[in-house]
Ligand binder design. Structure first.
Ligand code: HEC
Ligand code: HEC
Length: 266
């Protein structure tokens, strides 16, 4: 399975990377927030509902294979929503499920969860929106619903969304960011940012270039990308970059070429 391959490779490569001093821990100074624990896989019921949940999980982790006609790049949902959508501060599905319908300034509308998922297909996956009432969206919503089992509705849970970065102490600098990228990221994502594959399968996803997320995506905003990187990258070594390093490397990655925002194509 692609997932286990990249995770195995990642821990191998991760061991080779220098550890940064734990200077600016995001948790520093405050009590650790309580983070919701989603149910274990074995709790997925048998029967039609469980089948839908499992289908949602397959689409989420192998998006190109199970929803390929809506995907326009080399990413899967899990490329950003880590640990199959379970990881806190990587926009986990359990956190999302209980906060929709939600007002979004992006389109100045109250969106349903299905509409939010359509957005990730268009922008983060550089593809097209699957129909709201179709099987693809329905099964991802079912997977999200199941994952939020036992969570309070309408109460924002710690770890929901991406980590909200404190303001940078100096303006994010892509030239500094390039140095951070070369030292801490290039080993997996490639010096050219185009990711790496093995045996025709994507091992490490591209972080820029024609097969990455487009300019309309959440991570195309430097603040969102910095928050994602701060808590999640290098893979399995989240919270080891300083805030300034996360800002700088995000500014560098977002300064690189990538597909246009489809809303701005003329
Ligand atoms: C390139 C990275 C990336 C990929 C790939 C991606 N997403 Fe997202 N997704 C994001 C970001 C960034 C957000 C915004 C999180 C926030 O607001 O802090 C988001 C938000 C969401 C949300 C709402 C979360 C919330 O708390 O409001 C859902 C649900 C979601 N994505 C589902 C998906 C699905 C399903 C796929 C695959 C079809 C997918 N995403 C692919 C980056 C990505
Ligand atoms: C040990 C290997 C490894 C290192 C080092 C690493 N990453 Fe990643 N990164 C991954 C993997 C694997 C994923 C996808 C996770 C998945 O599919 O489960 C990922 C996902 C991402 C994503 C979201 C998906 C995409 O392709 O856009 C971004 C952005 C990203 N990494 C940026 C970085 C940055 C910046 C650094 C350096 C600070 C870094 N990564 C270091 C392995 C790594």
């Amino acid at each position: 399975m692609r997932h286990s391959l990249s995770v195995a490779l990642a821990s191998l490569l991760g061991a080779l990377l220098p550890m940064a001093p734990m200077a600016a821990s995001a948790q520093e100074g405050g009590a650790l927030p309580v983070i919701f624990t989603p149910p274990a896989d074995r709790e997925i019921p048998s029967g039609p509902f469980g089948d839908l949940v499992r289908k949602g999980e397959r689409i989420f982790t192998q998006t190109g294979k199970y929803a390929g006609k809506y995907v326009g790049n080399d990413l899967t949902c899990e490329s950003c929503h880590l640990d199959r959508g379970r990881k806190a501060y990587a926009a986990p599905l359990w956190g999302a499920y209980v906060t929709y319908p939600k007002f979004r300034t992006k389109n100045m509308k109250v969106s349903r969860l299905g509409e939010r998922i359509q957005g990730c297909f268009r922008f983060s996956m550089n593809g097209t929106a699957p129909p709201l009432e179709g099987d693809t969206i329905r099964s991802i919503v079912a997977y999200s619903f199941w994952m939020a089992k036992g969570a309070p509705v309408g109460t924002p849970l710690a770890g929901t969304g991406m980590y909200h970065m404190p303001a940078a102490t100096r303006h994010p600098n892509p030239f500094h960011g390039k140095k951070v990228y070369e030292a801490r990221c290039a080993l997996c994502h490639g010096a050219d940012g185009l990711g790496t594959s093995s045996g025709g399968e994507v091992a490490f996803p591209p972080v820029w270039g024609p097969r990455s997320f487009n300019r309309g995506a959440g991570l195309a905003k430097v603040s969102k990308l910095a928050g994602f990187i701060k808590m999640n990258m290098p893979l399995s070594k989240g919270d080891t970059l300083t805030n300034q390093e996360a800002w700088d490397v995000a500014a560098y990655v977002d300064s690189q070429p990538r597909p246009a925002d489809p809303r701005k194509k003329s």
